[in-house]
Design a protein around this ligand. Structure first.
Ligand SMILES: [Zn+2]
Length: 175
């Protein structure tokens, strides 16, 4: 007799999962993604996200680790939607940042999405004529020497550096 790997009860011969447990689990994961995506797009309107996600997870065999990854997934869905128009409005930026903050979703959990948010913020601030607020920390070698009043705004790693030069050739003859 096999055991359900979600609820731990008997699952029947050669079975390791109740279909009911599986669908409760999957529905909860989707619900978490959607809840976080909605909050990250239009702000939570006072919803306590960590509490809300725990409520969804409860009784659906969703672990804290799975809550985290489903939340990160939902946040990334929101980011993609928001950046569809290649612009990050201040209120969009704020909703994404506050949602990440509420759920302790940091750079290590959001990965590439986090980088995209910081780059979009930097570009908006430059576009608005402001000095970018993103404080870039770089691990490792920075291949530039800065003057006193210069600061690193962004670093694209593994990028070839092209320098514009003008080639002149001289031809002629002398006798
Ligand atoms: Zn079960």
């Amino acid at each position: 007799m096999g055991q359900c790997r979600l609820c731990g009860e008997k699952a029947g011969l050669l079975k390791s999962l109740h279909s009911d447990c599986a669908s409760r689990h999957d529905t909860a994961i989707e619900d978490i993604q959607l809840t976080v995506a909605t909050a990250a797009i239009s702000r939570g309107h006072g919803v306590n996200l960590p509490v809300r996600l725990q409520q969804i997870a409860e009784g659906s065999f969703v672990t804290d680790l799975q809550i985290d990854s489903a939340a990160a997934e939902g946040w990334t869905i929101a980011l993609k939607r928001v950046l569809d128009d290649h612009l990050l409005a201040p209120e969009e930026d704020r909703a994404l940042a506050e949602t990440a903050d509420q759920l302790d979703l940091d750079q290590s959990k959001l990965g590439d999405g986090w980088t995209r948010l910081m780059l979009a913020r930097t570009l908006r601030e430059i576009g608005d004529g402001h000095y970018p607020s993103v404080n870039l920390k770089v691990d490792g070698y920075v291949p530039f020497n800065f003057q006193k009043n210069e600061r690193l705004l962004w670093l694209f790693p593994d990028t070839d550096y092209y320098k514009q030069t003008t080639k002149r050739s001289y031809s002629g003859s002398s006798t």
